[in-house]
Ligand binder design. Structure first.
Ligand SMILES: [Zn+2]
Length: 180
């Protein structure tokens, strides 16, 4: 690796995401389906668990699948007080590609996302994305996607540790492939 890196203006797709199955700890997969209203689906090839979700959250090496059930409201007939409660809890599962790094959690949802991080962190020279002409005739230069990455990940003093963490994620990805 090393060499030149050109910041893309397209963030890598988070889905399909590899996660640790909440039931059997094998490598499961979260994909987006077209059929709303529950477009997210976790499937585990090892134990056949299928779990739906309405929305996606990512952070700290976890993936949140929003509950498939809408919140219900209920009005007390006497006090007229309205109560709200979710019928089912949101499901939080661990990403398959996560590792402690620099006191934080280094994570990626899939191979494309991992490859992007390897490119950004591994690059010795970063270039700004190319300027574009907007439909209004304005010239603008998009902010590089690496500007979205946390500072600790880009800090020069952390570079070796982050690269080692990315290598661990790469090995974890190979494990996932072995298990199918
Ligand atoms: Zn499973």
């Amino acid at each position: 690796m090393g060499g030149r890196f050109r910041d893309s203006t397209t963030w890598p797709a988070y889905l399909p995401a590899l996660v640790r199955c909440p039931r059997c700890s094998a490598c499961a997969r979260v994909v987006r389906l077209d059929d709303a209203p529950n477009p997210l689906r976790l499937t585990c090839p090892a134990c056949a668990l299928v779990h739906g979700g309405r929305g996606l959250g990512l952070g700290g090496g976890d993936l949140l699948l929003a509950s498939t059930t809408e919140e219900r409201t209920w009005r007390d007939p006497d006090t007229r007080e309205i109560s709200t409660w979710p019928v089912a809890e949101d499901e939080v599962v661990e990403l398959w590609l996560r590792t402690p790094c620099c006191g934080e959690v280094l994570w990626a949802t899939n191979e494309e996302h991992l490859a992007y991080l390897e490119d950004v962190i591994g690059a010795s020279l970063r270039e700004r994305p190319e300027a574009r002409i907007s439909p209004m005739g304005r010239r603008w230069v998009g902010k590089g996607l690496s500007s979205k990455l946390p500072e600790w990940m880009k800090a020069a003093k952390h570079r070796d540790e982050v690269l080692a963490g990315l290598a661990r994620l790469r090995r974890a990805l190979a494990d996932a492939d072995v298990e199918g």
